[in-house]
Design a protein around this ligand. Structure first.
Ligand code: SAJ
Length: 479
């Protein structure tokens, strides 16, 4: 931690407490953050910055009317947004010149990967956002990166862009920190308030300034201060770890299928080992791992150790366990495809010419978020195999390259296969008799990628059942 003794601390002291805050990026992270800052009562004004782009410009007017562009179930967000717009503590603008009058600016911008294989991220949106902020940055401002980034980014390229655009020096004229978001769709506000917040400054005054900012929105969560690099590793590693845990569950489920065992019996057994200090956080297998985070954060971690790591000691020619986990989780839509073909085979049918009803296009249950959804590679395999596909999702209105219906009966009508890709609550009440009538086949196939339905209820109604991890049922006698 390079201590610019007195320099930055003095500049921040002269600036006084943070009164006006900016949040760049009006998405699943930026909107709830901005609304919570505005509702905290700690700030005169919060400005949400959104580019007036063809794809996202519509959000500006919507937000300024107090309406949220996020479709899924987000408890309290709609009400709180209306409240802060009504109170005049929050507004949305595309005008980055307003940054010059702010005391703190956070950036919550997507950081996807252009090419995971070669670990090449697409940082263009983030760099553009940093440049827009840098152009109007005034001395004493705090800049915080909330996006998940490759370890080394905050103190590296981000710092350089801000310094080049502003002519100021980080750690002397302005504060800079990384405070990664930890939200999940469906509980955005609660996660920001209740999860502990990792805060990592490029120096102590930056960490302290950022700590003050986030304390205003934390209820039960507390700030965990560290260096910017440690914060970047914490975020990428916690998602890589979760991805690894899911991959372990998926591999175990594939083993259970091969051994004719019910994964969920094994899960209950393993999870039953409880003792002081013994945690058995075994997660769940499924049709795949989607979202904006887990499919890419492993690559940020790997790129970080490749770019910033010195003298790494690791078994020769051994693949990274995190990369292997990515491959296993990316394989699951293929496994869904295999179960579909096997199921059709048991019903005396071929994939080519069959009609498959895909239930769920969102990557996560009860949300409208379709980023990196596992449903897409599964759909592509079906189409490549000559199947006719229809897609249902209760929350997703539209998504590029697919037609989505909210009418379950219409989607299932005439289907040879009903495949559950997302664990939406609505699918838990699927009635075998209704589904069979809609299919209109003697032995329709049901492929459960989220352990949502009761296999015996569907088998009893004459379905051919296939389920991930259900080795105990996948070769059942057909009723
Ligand atoms: N999934 C499984 N099995 C499981 C859990 C999840 O197959 O047992 C699948 C889900 O169906 C989904 C994907 O994995 O397709 C991701 O699900 P998720 O529950 O991890 O949801 P995310 O990606 O929105 O949330 C993760 C969380 N990270 C951790 O818990 C370490 C969240 O806290 C982060 O804020 C978020 O990533 C993020 O934004 O980084």
């Amino acid at each position: 931690m390079d201590q610019v003794k007195g320099g930055l601390a003095k500049v921040l002291g002269a600036k006084g407490p943070i009164g006006r805050v900016g949040v760049v990026g009006m998405g699943y992270v930026g909107i709830p953050s901005a609304v919570l800052f505005a509702d905290s009562g700690a700030f005169e004004e919060v400005i949400g910055f959104q580019r007036d782009s063809p794809s996202s410009g519509y959000k500006i007017d919507l937000l300024n009317r107090g309406e949220t562009p996020l479709k899924g179930e987000e408890p309290d967000l709609g009400e709180m947004l209306k409240k802060v717009v009504g109170a005049g503590t929050f507004r949305c603008s595309p005008d980055f010149s307003l940054v010059s009058g702010l005391d703190a600016v956070t950036l919550a911008i997507q950081t996807p990967f252009r090419d995971p294989k070669d670990l090449i991220p697409d940082f263009t949106p983030l760099h553009d956002g940093l440049a827009s902020v840098g152009k109007h940055l005034s001395p004493g401002t705090l800049v915080v990166i909330e996006s998940t980034v490759t370890p080394g980014t905050t103190g590296g390229i981000a710092r350089r862009i801000l310094e080049e655009e502003s002519g100021l020096v980080a750690g002397r004229d302005f504060a800079l920190a990384h405070a990664p978001e930890r939200v999940m769709v469906g509980r955005l506000l609660r996660n920001i308030r209740e999860h502990d917040r990792v805060v990592g400054g490029i120096d102590a005054p930056s960490t302290e300034r950022a700590t003050g900012l986030y304390r205003t929105v934390l209820s039960t969560g507390k700030v965990i201060p560290m260096t910017a690099m440690a914060a970047e590793v914490t975020k990428t590693a916690e998602n890589a770890f979760r991805d690894l845990q899911i991959a372990a569950a998926n591999q175990l489920a594939l083993y259970c299928e091969a051994m004719g065992v019910n994964f969920y019996d094994v899960h209950a057994g393993i999870a039953s080992l409880k003792e002081e200090g013994v945690t058995r956080a075994i997660l769940y297998p499924g049709a795949g791992v989607g979202g904006h985070c887990l499919p890419k954060d492993t690559y940020h971690l790997e790129r970080g150790v490749k770019e910033s790591g010195k003298g790494l000691d690791y078994p020769k020619n051994a693949e990274s366990i995190f990369i292997l986990a990515r491959r296993i989780n990316d394989f699951m839509p293929n496994h869904m495809h295999r179960l579909t073909v096997e199921g059709l085979g048991r019903a005396g049918k071929k994939l080519a010419g069959s009609r498959v009803a895909i239930l769920g296009w969102a990557f996560l249950h009860d949300s409208d978020d379709t980023r990196n959804t596992p449903s897409e590679p599964y759909r592509d395999l079906l189409v490549a195999g000559g199947a006719d596909v229809a897609v249902h999702d209760p929350y997703v209105d539209r998504s590029p390259g697919v037609t989505i219906s909210h009418d379950l009966r219409e989607v299932i009508s005439g289907a040879d296969v009903v495949a559950i890709l997302t664990g939406h609550r609505a699918y838990r009440s699927l009635a075998p008799r209704d589904v069979k009538n809609w299919c209109g086949a003697e032995h329709p196939v049901i492929v459960d990628g989220r352990n949502i339905v009761d296999p015996d209820a569907f088998i009893g109604a004459g379905f051919v059942y296939k389920g991930i991890g259900r080795g105990d049922r996948n070769h059942h006698p057909i009723a």
